[in-house]
Design a protein around this ligand. Structure first.
Ligand SMILES: Cc1cc2nc3c(=O)[nH]c(=O)nc-3n(C[C@H](O)[C@H](O)[C@H](O)COP(=O)(O)O)c2cc1C
Length: 209
């Protein structure tokens, strides 16, 4: 199990891509990692939308936020991950828990872990116009798009503008485990914001965008 935490901790949302294509067999391993993700009642509400043609890629890229359009076009693969809310279940206590969204999160985690194990970057983006992403694929209005992935092999840092190179070189910062984990009783430290207050707020707190 030591290897798994190493692989998970080795995943980074980097932005410098190599232009070489991701082989079909490698892509299939990503799809399989998503397909084995668990879901409530095994509803399997997750869907993957792969932009292959130049026309679909262009429409998808146009739907991304400006910040993401600065680097994502270099990724050889763009994949949207969606979920069908009509597959949502209330649990046995009658509470709605947006499980369709939870399913998408598990699927995204599986995809990123598998990508890392294959030496790929799978950079998740929430900065996009959802209707525009649906339009790019002709997807129905009820499909909720949770994230778009920029996927590919890592490329040279110098392929990025300087500001993005700096962002890619930031060390991975995470809250300490005693703030993450409450044992027996909720403590004051668990309510504290996870973000390092010393970090820049220039972006209104939307760090990493
Ligand atoms: C759901 C989600 C949405 C994200 N959206 C964006 C985005 O739109 N643009 C971007 O550059 N990074 C985005 N990120 C990447 C995060 O900024 C990044 O994961 C975070 O800063 C931690 O860095 P690390 O993944 O390298 O550990 C997103 C990450 C997640 C999980």
């Amino acid at each position: 199990m030591a290897e798994l935490i190493e692989a998970l901790a080795g995943r980074r949302a980097r932005r410098a891509f190599d232009p070489r294509a991701v082989p079909a067999e490698t892509q299939e391993l990503l799809w399989r990692a998503v397909s084995v993700a668990p879901s409530h009642g095994n509803v399997q509400s997750t869907r993957l939308l792969v932009a292959e043609s130049a026309a679909v890629r262009a429409t998808l890229l146009a739907a991304l936020s400006e910040g993401n359009r600065n680097w994502a076009p270099a990724a050889p693969m763009l994949v949207a991950l969606g979920s069908m809310p009509d597959h949502e279940h209330a649990d046995s206590y009658g509470e709605e828990r947006a499980l369709w969204s939870f399913h998408a999160g598990i699927a995204a985690g599986n995809l990123m872990a598998q990508a890392t194990a294959l030496g790929l970057i799978a950079h998740p983006m929430a900065g996009f116009d959802e209707a525009g992403v649906r339009e790019a694929f002709g997807a129905p209005g009820e499909l909720r798009i949770l994230v778009v992935f920029a996927i590919g092999f890592p490329g040279p840092a110098e392929s990025l503008p300087e500001d993005l190179q700096k962002r890619d070189q930031r060390e991975q910062r995470r809250q300490p485990l005693d703030r993450l984990v409450a044992t027996d009783r909720w403590g004051e430290q668990h309510s504290q914001p996870a973000r390092d207050p010393s970090r820049s707020r220039r972006d209104g707190g939307k760090l990493g965008r």
